[in-house]
Design a protein around this ligand. Structure first.
Ligand code: ADP
Ligand code: MG
Length: 256
């Protein structure tokens, strides 16, 4: 199978350089960003399936899966949402289409102390995976299409893309962890991160350890507004606002 090597757009290469070499302390937000994308991908498929129900056929229940593999030192985040074809992988993961990332780059001063906190404030989306991973592999197959693809990068200048066999509908992201990021192989750590940043996600998030480990749900899987107000923290309201509004500022107020 042929694999091609392509270059990142210059702005992406610049962003990746900052992300990879940053000493940003809250690297755990990578998981929030990947879960947010996976959830968006499921929402998009659900919406498209309103007019094309056949798209959901092979796997009607939308869900997110996280798998921790201590042996391989990988974290895998998989969704069965809309997926991406070759052109979309190149466009979406190789160029900057995103307002938040452009805003991040626009705010950079060149002074590390001032620039680092911006990673957390604006979020660097998918690219935050490179804060914890020395190599990121993305397997994806678009709903309604037969061919799957593998995208892979070490976050420096270029990425490869090629055909892949047996890819399930949606997107599976494999993070090959850096030596200093092995703490994210701990189940309790992952559960805590998901509770903190992603508990508003209204889809099941299932976690498993090892290739064969059983999947168990680690989020409430219920929308915030269907829960008692007393069970929702200020941080959860804030994360929900950021996710739903694609915004990076503080909400003015919250009304339950
Ligand atoms: P944003 O989510 O703000 O658009 P990201 O950097 O997080 O920015 O992601 C870039 C783009 O890559 C997304 O807009 C989406 O088109 C695509 N993408 C990322 N992850 C997935 C996924 N799991 N499934 C489908 N598309 C994805
Ligand atoms: Mg995103």
């Amino acid at each position: 199978m042929t694999e091609e090597t392509l270059s990142f757009q210059a702005e992406v290469a610049r962003l990746l350089n900052i992300v990879v070499h940053s000493l940003y302390s809250e690297k755990e937000i990578f998981l929030r960003e990947l879960i947010s994308n996976a959830s968006d991908a499921c929402d998009r498929l659900r919406y498209q399936a309103l007019t094309e129900p056949g798209l959901l056929a092979e796997e009607p229940e939308l869900r997110l899966r996280i798998r921790l593999d201590n042996g391989a030192r990988t974290i895998t985040v998989a969704d069965n949402g809309i997926g991406m074809n070759r052109a979309e992988l190149i466009e979406n993961l190789g160029t900057i289409a995103r307002s938040g990332t452009t805003a991040f780059l626009g705010q950079l001063s060149g002074d590390k102390a001032k620039d680092l906190p911006l990673i957390g404030q604006f979020g660097v989306g998918f690219y935050s995976a490179f804060m914890v991973a020395e190599r990121v592999e993305v397997f994806s197959r678009k709903a309604g299409e037969a061919q799957g693809w593998r995208w892979s990068s070490e976050g420096s200048g270029d990425f490869t893309i090629g055909e892949a066999a047996d890819v399930a509908r949606g997107t599976r992201i494999v993070l090959h962890l850096r030596a200093d990021a092995e703490e994210y192989l701990e189940r309790s750590r992952i559960e805590h991160i998901v509770k903190t940043y992603s508990d508003h996600i209204g889809l099941p998030i299932l976690l498993a350890e090892g290739a064969e480990g059983a999947l168990t749900a680690i989020n409430s899987g219920a929308a915030l507004w269907t829960r008692p107000r007393a069970g929702v923290s200020a941080e959860q309201y804030r994360e929900f606002y950021h996710h739903a509004a694609h915004a990076f500022d503080e909400p003015w107020a919250s009304l339950h």
